[in-house]
Ligand binder design. Structure first.
Ligand code: SF4
Length: 211
């Protein structure tokens, strides 16, 4: 099978490539991540993806364009003053745009270049909205007429961490966009999130008095 595998970075590709190779599938990597900022961070993640590809002996196709401006023009209109408030299924509105852009472009590229199927290392992450991404990828598969190869690679989380550390790959500590960087490191945002989630917990624990 000719499989195009979207790669968000090197560490997230460790387990999927090991698993695919064990199953006899040789994926071709595809680096397309306009959501990663700032530029130096994008370069570090690209470099870790290249390093992993060389180590495991897979081809890597790279979209070399740093897409920060396009990313911001698509997502800024969705950001409000209190962006801690997530959708009921647990993601920011901007993440939906981000998933759709990366998965959609991967499906489109796979169809244009005669791949049998496409997938993404995003399905390894414990931090993304897995089910939302899965339904989007299935929709793109129908739209572009190319199969979506699905595996829940989260089961290999520990193995992937072990491999990436062993290989000395750069370990990022935030999701990717400037918004996620702020949410990860700013004390103000940590406070806001804590408040938001404790409010959510309180709502869930409140006994239902209406019949
Ligand atoms: S938090 Fe992550 S998934 Fe969401 S928009 Fe930012 S980079 Fe994309």
């Amino acid at each position: 099978m000719r499989l195009l595998m979207h790669m968000c970075c090197g560490p997230c590709a460790c387990y999927p490539t090991e698993k695919l190779k064990a199953e006899g599938v040789e994926p071709i990597g595809f680096f397309f991540n306009p959501n990663i900022h700032p530029y130096e961070e994008w370069r570090r993640r690209l470099s870790s993806a290249r390093s992993l590809a060389t180590t495991v002996g897979i081809e890597l196709i790279v979209d070399n364009h740093y897409g920060m401006r396009e990313f911001l023009s698509r997502t800024l209109p969705l950001i409000d003053d209190d962006d801690t408030i997530q959708n009921p299924d647990g993601h920011h509105a901007r993440c939906r745009v981000c998933y759709a852009w990366r998965l959609g472009r991967t499906a489109e590229y796979a169809a244009e270049n005669n791949f049998d199927a496409f997938t993404s290392t995003l399905f390894y992450s414990r931090y993304q909205n897995h089910e939302l991404m899965r339904s989007m990828a299935e929709a793109f598969a129908r739209q572009y007429g190319v199969e979506f190869y699905y595996e829940d690679w989260r089961v290999g989380w520990e193995r992937g961490r072990e491999l990436s550390i062993e290989r000395g790959l750069y370990q990022q500590n935030y999701c990717g966009c400037v918004f996620s960087e702020e949410e990860r490191f700013s004390a103000e945002w940590r406070k806001r999130r804590k408040k938001f989630f404790s409010g959510l917990r309180a709502q869930r624990e409140e006994p239902c008095i209406r019949r």
